[in-house]
Write a protein that binds this ligand. Structure first.
Ligand code: 5RP
Length: 234
């Protein structure tokens, strides 16, 4: 018998999330491979007559949602959203998240903050006891990058974390640029004992635009795991 694959798990989580969407909703639409499955399923429901409008969290999501036939708006046009559905890189028992593996964390956080509800869809393997095995993305302004890098390292140490902070590069080895024209520093920390303290410390660094710790934003999580040869969501 064929095993349950990552795509099966992503689909199971996205299917459950699409079932939460009702006519007239204003949606935040997340970024990443799991969000892309949600976009495809949402597009199918739109073609069947569902009337929703979405705010994309990245240029990649904008392109995918447009191709799926989903009506889109900006946060200027729709400053309040009913529901955001997005993936995550890690989630803990308090629904604290690490996001930004796809470099979309700034728009993802702005959209989640503007939403009454944020539901995370993910493979249950993303669930962790302690955040930090996944490198924490920190979006920084290109101006004064070296100074900001040092200040971020100091903020990380002051929050009781150890590890390397590395500038993310694209496939051509150039410093990666986000949709907002910023860079990403990835903090390889192993574990983050106090996410709230680290969040506050990072925000105190002027060159930090945003970081990938999503604290108090997720209101629900749909996690999919393989059991008895099938994908199950909890
Ligand atoms: C993008 C994100 C993604 O939601 C996160 O990286 C998870 O992606 P995937 O569903 O592909 O595992 O935060 O910035």
């Amino acid at each position: 018998m064929r095993g349950v694959s990552g795509p099966d798990l992503r689909r199971a989580a996205a299917e459950r999330a699409v079932a939460l969407v009702t006519d007239g909703m204003r949606l935040g639409i997340g970024t990443g491979s799991t969000a892309n499955v949600f976009i495809a399923l949402l597009g199918a429901r739109v073609r069947d007559g569902l009337d929703v409008v979405g705010v994309p969290t990245s240029e990649a999501t904008r392109v995918a949602a447009e191709a799926a036939g989903i009506r889109l708006a900006t946060l200027e046009e729709l400053p309040e959203l009913d529901l955001t559905v997005d993936g995550a890189d890690e989630i803990d028992g308090a629904m604290r998240l690490i996001k930004g593996g796809g470099a979309a964390l700034l728009r993802e956080k702005i959209v989640a903050f503007a939403s009454r509800r944020m539901v995370v869809i993910a493979d249950a393997a993303k669930y962790v006891e302690t955040l930090g095995a996944f490198p924490l993305p920190i979006e920084v302004n290109p101006f004064g990058l070296g100074a900001t890098h040092r200040a971020v390292e100091a903020a990380v140490a002051a929050a009781g974390c150890t590890g390397r902070v590395v500038l993310r590069r694209n496939a051509g080895s150039e410093p990666l640029r986000t949709d907002g024209g910023h860079h990403i520093l990835d903090a390889h920390l192993g574990r983050i004992p106090d996410p709230e303290a680290l969040s506050a410390g990072l925000w105190a660094v002027p060159g930090v635009v945003e970081h990938g710790l999503f604290l108090g934003l997720a209101t629900g999580a749909i996690l999919a795991e393989a059991r008895d040869g099938a994908a199950h969501v909890t």
